[in-house]
Ligand binder design. Structure first.
Ligand code: HEM
Length: 493
């Protein structure tokens, strides 16, 4: 181990945190200035304000960016960062000048469980992986199998569970149910194995929880100085201890899945190689013979496909429960299709297929509106290669961290209008028509932008459209009174 530290390092860290909090509360109790922008103190810089607002970090960044005109510099004792949600800067970072804004080594270190996979790398190695995952995700057999699996899981998992809860009037945790459902879907498309986390007996979901831990501890790693979290990892204490346990669970899970595939005799077996799951495309590929890399790739796929859709569904159900008018519009658009299905005798519970919901533009508008306000990845992080002047006029320097707040973008009045905080799917429709309004990806960044735009976007929309249509047609959604529904402290919203 190259680092040699002791617990002594933690004492100054704790002291800095305490001083920070004192300064923050002193300044906020004295100040008559309604500005939310953090004060830049000597030594501790803006740390007090960020620590005090840790519980509502996304909203705090949105308020600060609104006040500062979409950009501001964050000064912390360990680093200076440039925070932006400015569409002109975003186009510059993600498209026109993207080679100058890689993810960088710090990002790769934070997500070390996915080291070497497309999620953490840049440059030529990334390009080689990109060609491969585009061809894998573009395989019509994979898409067809994902659609079929989604239908099967709704019919035999989600709908029976909701029916039971509704018939007995039992409240339940929607986030947990959706997480189980999405885990099964993602695992089937990835490994060709049904993990059956979504069943009436609700089996333990250690692997799904381990994935949540990775994203929660990653936020902590983004915030703390690298030397600090690396010290904690070395000492195996605090969140790093939890993360280490989560890594063990995840590695064990992926190893079991690969073993199962090998036991089915897929090595060199052409029929298996043609199987409609992602692992089949990688397991016989000599470029991925390194076990660590294969594990990292599979976990990156799991992350890309599970939480993104899961998070969008949960926020959509929450907003629909609060907006009965939007539910009525969706139902009236679905009504002709549903009535036809009932007439043709497909049973009382209506399950929509992707082709049937394709023409319902309003459903896509509902999903985009959720993604505008609740992007599953609320932040992106880049590292500058060479000094640069942003289109906004700000100077940024080589090695500096650039944080892009996707969450704030959807909440800027001068980007989305005075009603930017309202949940209003109609903003996505062209006036007086039933056509979708085009918004460029540097303004609507939820699926990323430029050469690294999400290749799973259409698959995700197809799945989410059919799930939302089916749930909304068959059930009324109601939020249990007295709930405090807020984003968790995590890299996933
Ligand atoms: C609501 C659903 C989804 C959202 C909002 C979403 C969003 C994103 C975002 C923001 C990125 C960039 C991440 C980064 O580089 O830091 C990304 C990349 C990616 N996504 Fe998605 N995603 C979704 C669903 C999916 C699905 C279902 C798949 C695959 C089955 C997928 C596959 C990928 C892959 C392979 C990348 C890496 C692209 C690259 O680096 O070039 N995504 N996605």
């Amino acid at each position: 181990m190259s680092i040699s530290f002791s617990q002594e390092l933690l004492i100054p860290t704790v002291l800095v945190l305490l001083v920070s909090l004192c300064l923050y509360f002193r300044s906020s109790s004295r100040s008559k200035n309604p500005s939310v922008l953090p004060i830049d103190w000597p030594i501790v810089h803006m740390l007090p304000a960020f620590i005090a607002n840790l519980h509502n970090l996304c909203d705090y960044c949105a308020a600060s960016l609104a006040e500062s005109g979409h950009n501001f510099r964050i000064h912390l004792p360990q680093a200076h960062m440039f925070l932006t949600c400015d569409p002109v800067n975003i186009r510059h970072i993600f498209t026109t000048n993207h080679t100058n804004f890689p993810k960088g080594v710090e990002f790769a270190a934070i997500f070390d469980i996915m080291a070497g996979s497309f999620f953490t790398i840049d440059g030529e190695p990334y390009h080689r992986q990109r060609v491969k995952f585009h061809s894998v995700l573009g395989n019509p057999r994979l898409v067809a199998s994902m659609v079929a699996c989604c239908r099967d899981k709704m019919e035999n998992g989600l709908l029976p569970l909701f029916t039971q809860m509704a018939s007995t009037g039992t409240p339940f945790d929607m986030q947990e149910v959706v997480s189980r459902f999405m885990f099964d879907l993602a695992a089937t498309s990835l490994f060709g194995v049904d993990t059956s986390l979504l069943s009436l007996d609700m089996p333990p979901m250690d692997v799904a929880i381990a994935m949540d831990t990775v994203m929660e501890v990653a936020l902590f790693r983004h915030i703390l100085p690298a030397s600090c979290w690396k010290a904690m990892r070395w000492l195996n204490i605090g969140p790093e201890r939890k993360l280490d346990a989560a890594h063990t669970v995840l590695r064990g899970f992926v190893t079991d899945m690969i073993k199962e595939k090998i036991n089915r005799g897929c090595i060199g077996n052409e029929e298996e190689q043609e199987s409609a799951d992602i692992l089949s495309s990688y397991i016989n590929d000599p470029d991925y013979a390194d076990v660590e890399l294969l594990h990292a790739m599979l976990l990156a796929f799991m992350l890309a496909g599970k939480d993104t859709i899961g998070v969008t569904l949960i926020w959509t159900f929450y907003k629909l429960a609060q907006n009965p008018k939007i539910v009525s519009i969706i139902r009236s658009e679905l009504s002709p299709i549903a009535l036809h299905k009932i007439d043709t005798g497909t049973g009382a519970m209506v399950i929509f297929d992707p082709e049937e919901t394709k023409s319902i533009v309003y459903l896509r508008a509902v999903l985009y509106e959720t993604l505008r306000l609740y992007p599953p990845a609320p932040f992106e992080r880049k590292t500058m290669v060479a000094d640069n002047i942003m289109p906004s006029g700000h100077e940024v320097h080589a090695g500096e961290t650039i944080l892009i707040s996707l969450h704030s973008m959807g909440r800027m009045e001068d980007i989305w209008g005075k009603d930017c905080h309202d949940y209003n799917p109609h903003r996505w429709l062209l006036e007086g028509s039933n056509k979708l309004r085009y918004e460029p990806s540097h303004k609507f960044l939820s699926f990323n932008s430029g050469p690294r735009i999400c290749p799973g976007k259409e698959i995700a929309v197809i799945q989410m459209r059919t799930i939302v249509a089916t749930v909304v047609w068959n059930f009324d959604l109601e939020v249990v009174k007295g709930q405090s529904i807020e984003p968790k402290l995590s890299c996933t919203l």
